[in-house]
Write a protein that binds this ligand. Structure first.
Ligand code: ATP
Length: 901
């Protein structure tokens, strides 16, 4: 172990002779000479003694102005602050093949220029027979074969309070195996000494003893081990059959077009075999260094290469404000990923790829659609027999079609850019037929070097996992299709963008919002963990918020299913949010890493930055992994908030509560909805026919999904997870709110349109919000709740009707029951379905909020007309302000209209 790694425990080294720190590995991989290590160490000590944030920032900025050609040098310089260290480029590398990843790593790339050869283009074909036998989510992860590894660690439940010094003895306890069922650890935690900075002893005392008494032991069910092979398993071949039906698409013909048939017919990418030759290259990776359009492919993965370097995505809409572009920014893309795809893939054309998306400054595309796949198998189980996709996808190719393809299945048109990620760009997708929106993640596929396997695997994992996860707080996966060399992943569109983006735009969140978001994140995590799946990249940038304040976990590229009680930790995640045991590469628990990251995310929400963001990357990781320090917890957080964070940031993973346990913490248990209380008018009758309207709308959506041949959805539905409600449930749930009710200011509150949630697109949108998430009428609180504005429905989905008890939450261990209050839309109180649903809903509501639910339960769910009145009155008031002559006395016609008098 290198000496600079600190005074790392020799004891630990003895205990784990085979274990190596990531730093160690880094040194080996990047061959950092020992002198540099010495330099780093000395600089490290220098930093401890004298550095300041401003100093570091200026150094970083200075360094960033002239990026060195050799990345490890830049890292060293950045970390060790060696002004003289400007090494020459590595010899023997032609400039053209020295790439620089988004994380700043020089990469030698194999310039494969063979086009369309079967071997290079053809993705590994699935065995068709594999698709129906896909394992359940519990078997779906790509890293499945992780054996259960027992801990060799000693557990130290004491936390000596020393935030100033790094002690070699501090790390031993951190590598324990997390035992989920550990009732005793509640008490252990209870008596754990506080370990934060000054005042932490006072502020971090558990403030709610009752909480501890309420902590439940959970025992997430573990799925059987499976020999399932990690793949991009995907949609049936028919899924290829469509292209985003857009006039806006790839500007240049893809090299793969020439072999479209081969691509489809011989593609094994989609079905079950490993894909050894697949490179997934997001457009964002194709940017030239400094183009400002790098995707932040900075995630850490199992491979150590590139792990210690990250930059935020300067070209991303979610651009970190943290100044140093090198190794410093804890921005949304500060994830370091081993499976990093090569950024200068020859076929990507370097910077040209960015333009390949054809996005101009104004956000409009100028290019045409990529060619749709030509031959599509009819064997897909998904499209309805009459689906246009089936028909059109078998149309013979014609020049006209090539240039202006009839989308065989998808009617999604690619819209504006939402963001850039590791694998590609994410756009709004719009379905002109149904008027609905989705998020389209566009990933460029390449068959290339072995390095891409990890990327392919990660993307495959994300798809495989997401397609099986259905939860209100997890972004929904709709389906996948390929067009030429592009893979489109269709996801639920969460128009508010990520928490990270909100923080950058609006500053830190108030505690009210933090509680609410945290509660919802926990709900999603509890669901995920109950499936023995760990997200591993929880952070603000991966948590999306809809206009109603509903939170959705996203980006499951790092997610992993745990097949044993524990398995070796991969070095994955985003450094600033990374749990110590991950950084130390210690064996042990896995689920608990999400809890640590959640604690970091709470701090991020409270301060706009993750913990240790004042440190550059490696230093921060050193701090996390090799010290006993805890980040400062802001004073303005309540005692409950501080206690919550403290519990999450237990260095010993065994001492962290589970997500289910944390749901009982007072900080989140009593989280109130963000939505403002609605002044309820008299209950209104829902016009007949509304239900039909809503259903028909939903049907359109499902048709649409079917045409995309959504394997995940079909799987889900075929399992009958929700019985007969599955279809309509899904439909209605996906009637998101891409439109605003404010299109018509004086719209009658009982308009069927209003109730059905279909209005004209809002003319009001925040110019600063790329995703168009907010409207000003709510005073900066986002768009006026609309589709889910039904207050109780909102309460239900977002704030706690999730059963608290693991037993009730995960009941049979397989099915999450999501009653989906949308179903109440338009239901008449006397209807059978309505009664059936409401009986359980009332119970849940009563229990949840500690009050009985009386009367017509429909009142709880009928918020549409309430909203209409509210909006109308608001608009009216605004209107009156500018028109004082208006008569607003009781009984005036206008009030009669808006109040339904
Ligand atoms: N479903 C969605 N709705 C709205 N916006 C989205 C959605 N999914 C992604 N985005 C936007 O696109 C950005 C990039 O998406 P995402 O993080 O999923 O890509 P990625 O390639 O997985 O990124 P990374 O792995 O680097 O975090 C997000 O930060 C977010 O702003």
């Amino acid at each position: 172990m290198p000496s600079w790694w600190g005074k790392s425990s020799s004891k630990e080294a003895k205990k784990k002779p085979n274990k190596e720190s990531f730093i160690d590995t880094l040194h080996r991989k990047f061959k950092i000479p020992s002198e540099e290590k010495g330099g780093i160490r000395s600089c490290g000590s220098r930093r401890r003694s004298s550095d300041t944030i401003s100093e570091k920032g200026s150094r970083s900025r200075a360094a960033s102005r002239s990026p060195p050609p050799s990345n490890h040098v830049s890292r060293c310089q950045s970390f060790a602050e060696r002004p003289h260290a400007q090494p020459l480029p590595l010899p023997g590398l032609h400039p053209a093949i020295i790439g620089r990843t988004d994380s700043g790593i020089g990469v030698s790339m194999k310039m494969k220029l063979e086009r369309c050869s079967k071997s290079s283009l053809c993705l590994p074909l699935p065995k068709p027979g594999c698709i129906p036998h896909r394992p359940d989510v519990t078997d779906a992860d790509g890293d499945l074969a992780c054996p259960s590894v027992s801990s060799d660690s000693s557990i130290d439940s004491d936390y000596p309070v020393d935030s100033r010094h790094l002690s070699p003895q501090t790390t031993d306890y951190e590598s324990g195996t997390r035992t989920v069922n550990s009732p005793s650890r509640t008490m252990q935690r209870e008596h754990s000494p506080m370990i934060t900075r000054k005042n932490s002893r006072e502020v971090l005392k558990p403030t709610s003893p009752s909480f501890n008494n309420q902590i439940l032991s959970t025992s997430p069910k573990r799925g059987p081990l499976s020999n399932y092979a990690p793949n991009l398993q995907i949609p049936p071949r028919g899924a290829f059959g469509s292209a985003p039906d857009s006039s806006m698409s790839s500007p240049s013909r893809s090299p793969m077009r020439a072999c479209g048939t081969d691509q489809i017919t011989s593609s094994s990418f989609w079905g079950g075999k490993p894909c050894p030759d697949v490179l997934l290259l997001g457009s964002g990776h194709c940017s030239s260094p400094g183009s400002g359009h790098n995707s932040g492919h900075n995630s850490m993965g199992g491979d150590m290469s590139g792990q210690l370097f990250w930059q935020h995505s300067r070209g991303s809409p979610e651009c970190s404000p943290i100044p140093s572009p090198r190794m410093t920014s804890p921005g949304p893309s500060s994830r370091i990923q081993s499976g990093a795809v090569t950024p200068l893939h020859p076929r990507a054309g370097g910077a040209a790829t960015d333009s390949s998306t054809g996005w101009q400054e104004d956000g409009k595309q100028s290019h045409k659609l990529p060619l749709p796949p030509i031959t599509v198998s009819n064997s897909s189980p998904f499209p309805a027999p009459s689906s246009p996709s089936t028909v059109s996808s078998n149309l013979p190719r014609s020049p006209g079609r090539a240039e202006n393809p009839t989308s065989p299945g998808s009617r999604w048109k690619k819209g504006k850019l939402l963001g850039r990620g590791t694998f590609g760009h994410v756009y709004v997708g719009f379905n002109s037929e149904s008027g609905e929106m989705c998020a389209m993640k566009e990933v460029v596929l390449f068959s290339d070097d072995a390095k891409s396997k990890e990327s392919a695997k990660q993307l495959g994992q994300e798809i495989a996992l997401l397609s099986r996860l259905r939860h209100p707080n997890i972004v929904e996966y709709y389906g996948t299709e390929t067009v030429d060399d592009k893979l489109y992943i269709y996801l639920e569109y969460v128009s508010g963008g990520s928490i990270y983006k909100l923080l950058q735009e609006y500053g830190q969140l108030g505690e009210h919002a933090i509680r609410s978001y945290t509660q919802q994140i926990l709900s999603g995590l509890a669901f995920l963990h109950a499936k023995n799946t760990v997200h591993r990249d929880i952070k603000g940038a991966n948590i999306l918020v809809d206009p109603n304040g509903r939170v959705k976990l996203a980006d499951f590229g790092m997610a992993k299913h745990i097949t044993g009680q524990s398995c070796p930790l991969s070095f994955k995640g985003s450094p600033y949010w990374m749990a110590p045991e991950v950084i130390k590469n210690s064996n042990g628990c896995n689920l608990a890493v999400d809890i640590w990251s959640l604690g970091c995310t709470v701090l991020e929400m409270a301060t706009t930055k993750p913990p240790w963001s004042q440190f550059e990357g490696v230093a921060a990781m050193f701090k996390i992994g090799n010290s006993k320090d805890l980040p400062e917890i802001p004073d303005h957080l309540s005692e409950d908030g501080k206690n919550f964070v403290w519990r999450c940031l237990q260095r010993n993973p065994l001492h962290r509560p589970t997500a289910a346990e944390l749901l009982e913490h007072p900080f989140v248990k009593n989280a109130a909805p963000l939505e403002r209380p609605i002044l309820a008018p008299e209950p209104t009758e829902i016009p007949p026919g509304v239900t039909d309207g809503a259903r028909s709308l939903g049907s359109g959506h499902v048709r649409n999904l079917s045409s995309l041949e959504l394997e995940g959805l079909a799987n889900y539905q075929s399992k009958g997870a929700r019985g007969g409600l599955a279809s309509s449930d899904h439909m209605l749930r996906n009637i998101s709110c891409p439109v605003s009710p404010i299109g018509s200011p004086l719209l009658h509150s009982r308009s069927p349109q209003h109730v059905s949630g279909r209005m004209s697109p809002s003319p009001i949108s925040s110019p600063r919000t790329p995703s168009g998430s907010s409207t000003p009428l709510t005073g900066g609180n986002g768009a006026i709740p609309f589709h889910h504005l039904k207050q109780s429905a909102y309460l239900h989905e977002g704030f706690g009707i999730m059963p608290r008890s693991p037993n009730s939450l995960y009941g049979n261990g397989s099915t999450y029951h999501d009653p989906r209050p949308d179903l109440f839309l338009g239901m008449q109180p006397g209807s059978h379905v309505f009664r059936e649903l409401m009986s359980s809903e009332n119970d849940a509501l009563g229990k949840q909020f500690g009050r009985p639910v009386h009367g017509d339960p429909r009142e709880l769910y009928d918020g549409q007309s309430v909203l209409a009145d509210r909006v109308s009155q608001q608009l009216l008031r605004d209107h009156v302000k500018s028109n004082p002559s208006l008569d607003l006395r009781p009984g005036c016609p206008m009030l009669r209209r808006t109040n339904g008098i």
